[in-house]
Write a protein that binds this ligand. Structure first.
Ligand code: ZN
Ligand code: ZN
Length: 148
């Protein structure tokens, strides 16, 4: 199972034209097994105990590289925290203004892009749809607060 996931990470990198160095494979593997939209710091803190030579700058640069090559999505929904997503299938992201978490809305229609799109001579190679508001958990908390 463990091996299989790493192989998938290597495959994703190769498909996207990225040389699969050890650290890149570990970072890709992390993204493809943690669909929590981690930030650079979260990825760094999770991986640094097992990869002693890893630096925060390497994680930062590697995640940028992944997004440039469409191996991962860079999510800029929260202006304070850029986060990353190993799920590159089109899906809507929802940002809770209260708790700051980013959720996936898989059932909402998301913009689909196959290859590149040309809109009046402008070449589109990425589309993302962001929703913002208050999540169900935070709504419930607020209502309990008001009732009590
Ligand atoms: Zn919330
Ligand atoms: Zn997502």
């Amino acid at each position: 199972m463990e091996m299989n996931k790493r192989e998938q990470a290597v495959e994703r990198l190769m498909e996207c034209g990225i040389k699969p160095s050890l650290q890149r494979v570990e970072i890709m593997n992390y993204l493809m097994t943690h669909f929590t939209h981690p930030t650079v710091d979260e990825v760094y803190r999770s991986l640094c105990p097992s990869i002693k030579t890893l630096s925060r700058t390497t994680v930062y640069n590697t995640l940028r590289l992944f997004s440039e090559h469409h191996a991962a999505l860079m999510i800029t929904i929260d202006d304070h925290h850029v986060c990353y997503d190993g799920d590159t299938h089109p899906h809507v992201h929802f940002f809770c203004r209260h708790c700051g978490r980013v959720f996936d809305f898989m059932d909402e229609p998301a913009p689909m892009l196959t290859g590149q799109r040309n809109i009046q001579g402008n070449i589109i190679d990425e589309m993302q749809l962001y929703y913002k508001g208050i999540c169900a958990e935070c709504m419930e908390e607020q209502q309990q607060h008001m009732a009590g």
